[in-house]
Every structure is written in C-alpha cells, then in structure tokens.
Design a binder for this molecule. Structure first.
Ligand code: ADP
Ligand code: MG
Length: 361
C-alpha cells in the first residue's frame, strides 16, 4: 500500500491531496482563487503565486489532519512540475522539496497533463491501456495516447489558445463574466433562434478551424476573432461558438481514436464539464464501442488527487511522470524546423507551455 501526498499549484488553485494506491482519495483539498482573479477578468500570475504561498502549508497540515496521518505514514510526495505559471509552480515544487528533505521522502515530479489523464483512474483504477485522452482545460487542448504506464505519445494539441481559454475570452467579448465556460454554456442554452435558423441554412456561421488539415492539432484563437466580428444575439453567438468548438474537438478525437485503434477514452480538464461536449463524446463512444471515462467534475478541474494518482501509476511503471512537456515541445520544434509552424515564434511557444491561461489588460 502506498500513500502519496500530492501538491498542485500550476495555475490558480492551491490543492493538496493524499491518495492511497493511486485511486483511493483520502483527502483532496482545494483553495480556489477564482473570486480574486474574477475582478481582473483572468488569472494574474503574480497574485496567484502570492496566494499559493499563503495557502500551501496550512493546506498540507489540514490534509494530514483530515486523513489522520502523520508524515511518517506518507510514502512519497508527488508534485506538479509543469506546464503552468512559473511563479505558481515554484511554490508547490519548493514545498514538496522542503518536505521531502525534512521527512526523508521521495519527491515524484508529475506533468500536469498526465494528472488530468490519470484523474480517469480515480474511479476506474483498472482502466485498460492503451488509452486515448483528450484534455481540455483553461490551459490545454491536447490529445495524448498512453500505451503503458509511463509510456505515452503526444498526438496533437492547440497551436494557440486552449479550448477553455477561448470560452473565457468569448465570454468576455459577449460580456458574460468570468469564468467564461459555464457562462457561455448557459447563454448558448437560450439560443432557440440560432438552432431553427441554422437548420434553415440562415443562422450565424463560425469557422471550424483546422478541420480540413490531416493532423491532430487545434487552433482556437481565430474562432475567437471571428466571434468578435460577427453580429447577432449573444445567445446565438454563444451557441454557434460552442458548437464549433465541440465539432472540432470531437472530430479530431474520433480521428485520433481510429488512427491509433484506441478503445478506451478519457475526457479530462475543466471543459469536460461542458454538457454539449459530454453529450457528443458520449454519442461517439456509443457508436464506436469505446469505453468512455469522464472523471467526476472535482477531478476534472485542477486538483491534487489526480497528481497523486499519476505519481503512483507512472512511477510504478518505472517511467518518468514529467516527460510529456518535453515531448510536445520537441515536436513543436520539429514542426517549426520543417516550416509548418510559421506562426509560432519562440515567444509564443514559451507562452504555450509556461504562460497558459493568462489574460491581463
Ligand atoms: P486550467 O487549470 O487550465 O485553467 P481547469 O481544468 O481548471 O483549467 O478548467 C477551467 C476551464 O474550464 C476554464 O477555462 C473554464 O472556462 C472551462 N469550463 C468550465 N466549465 C465549463 C463549461 N461548462 N463549458 C465550457 N468550459 C468550461
Ligand atoms: Mg484551474
């Protein structure tokens, strides 16, 4: 039996969990900064790291207390090492390293994306591999194939904005508030006019970016620009935008699954809360005979339980839990050298991996 104390501070949620054997969550605490950042319309990195600093040690103490455990009973410490906001990550990593040194425990570095994928194992510890994961959150829209624990392949991802980030920005354009995902979804639900008009070939039409390209990448920033130019009722625009995002995500997920003969699918990340997306992916799963796992919502948004789960499974398999970002960066570099990524400058690559989900100004 292994008990892992896990720490997640990659963005704006400070989270500490204790997970037994990779799936039994003894405690999962999350201190959210959402209200604080809402006043700015997005996450402010400097504010986020200061808040992590205030919350991290009280949360660790509380987690041990709630689980009725002493540090001696903890076997290892798992911590998110990236991708995420650097200042935020530093707080978690330093806390983990300090405790690792003081308590004499191993520190397991975990990639945040692997965390989102392994959230699927919390309720389904015996999930069969290979599995294909679509991680859609404020900072990510990525397709990852997991062959064995510790062995994975990055198939594709967003070249610019993540799906959740696009939801947040569209919410801002339509003045629906922050966080944008639930607000856009609620607005879209009011769009009766759009649905009828669309059927008649009239309603608002937004592009489905990159559907015609053979790869498994996404791009959502152009869609956001298209929203800023289109005229119509906010509900109709929200509906069409949501439909466009869901179209692209489900199409590429289906393509990836057939290309790699995947029968087990995990849909993770905060955008997995979106009912339209859940509905369409569930329909696909039924039609194609996939085993579909969508983790409980509390394990879809950022949480440390998923980091504890990933830390357990990945190190058990002898793999490293922190290599995914390296793989995807190497892939981006290769594409750029072949001239396939003309739009991605060094700076924007940096943005993609270290500065996700940041909206200032
Ligand atoms: P991150 O930590 O990368 O910001 P999370 O996994 O915490 O991402 O998820 C937050 C994101 O999920 C936000 O961008 C939010 O707008 C989006 N989101 C939450 N609920 C919904 C929803 N119902 N529909 C679409 N997007 C949603
Ligand atoms: Mg979050």
């Amino acid at each position: 039996m292994t008990k892992i104390l896990a720490i997640e501070t990659s963005c704006d949620d400070t989270s500490v969990a204790i997970v037994e054997n990779g799936h039994k969550v003894l405690v999962n605490l999350v201190a959210s900064q959402e209200k604080l950042h809402a006043t700015f319309g997005g996450v402010v990195p400097e504010v986020a790291s200061r808040e992590h600093l205030k919350a991290i040690y009280p949360l660790i103490e509380l987690a041990l207390k709630r689980a009725k455990l002493t540090p001696k009973q903890i076997d290892a410490i798992a911590v998110t090492v990236g991708p995420g906001l650097l200042g935020s990550l530093l707080v978690g990593v330093n806390a983990a390293k300090t405790l690792g040194y003081l308590w004499g425990k191993r520190v397991l570095p975990v990639n945040h994306l692997m965390g989102h994928i392994y959230a699927g194992f919390i309720d389904h510890p015996k999930l069969e591999l290979p599995l294909l994961a679509l991680v859609v959150s404020g900072g990510h829209s990525e397709l990852v194939l997991v062959g064995r624990h510790g062995e994975y392949k990055y198939l594709g991802g967003t070249r610019d904005d993540a799906a959740g980030e696009a939801f947040d920005k569209v919410a801002r354009l339509l003045q629906l508030g922050y966080p944008g995902g639930p607000a856009v979804a609620a607005e879209a639900a009011k769009a009766k006019l759009q649905i009828t008009n669309y059927k008649k070939g009239k309603g608002i039409k937004l592009p489905r970016p990159m559907l015609d390209e053979g790869d498994l990448d996404f791009s959502f920033s152009g869609l956001k620009t298209a929203v800023s130019r289109v005229k119509g009722r906010p509900a109709d625009i929200a509906h069409e935008f949501q439909d466009a995002v869901v179209d692209v995500l489900t199409d590429k997920l289906a393509r990836a699954a057939s290309r790699h003969q995947a029968k087990t699918i995990v849909l993770g990340g905060g955008v997995a809360a979106n009912q339209a997306l859940r509905g369409r992916v569930s329909e696909l799963a039924k039609a194609r005979g996939w085993q579909l796992v969508i983790p409980d919502f509390k394990y879809c948004t950022d949480n440390a339980a998923m980091i504890g789960s990933a830390g357990h499974f990945l190190t058990m398999g002898g793999g490293r839990a922190d290599r995914l970002a390296e793989q995807s960066e190497a892939r981006l570099r290769r594409r750029a050298s072949r001239g396939k990524l003309g739009v991605l400058s060094r700076r924007s690559k940096k943005y993609k991996w270290y500065n996700t989900n940041v909206m200032t100004s």
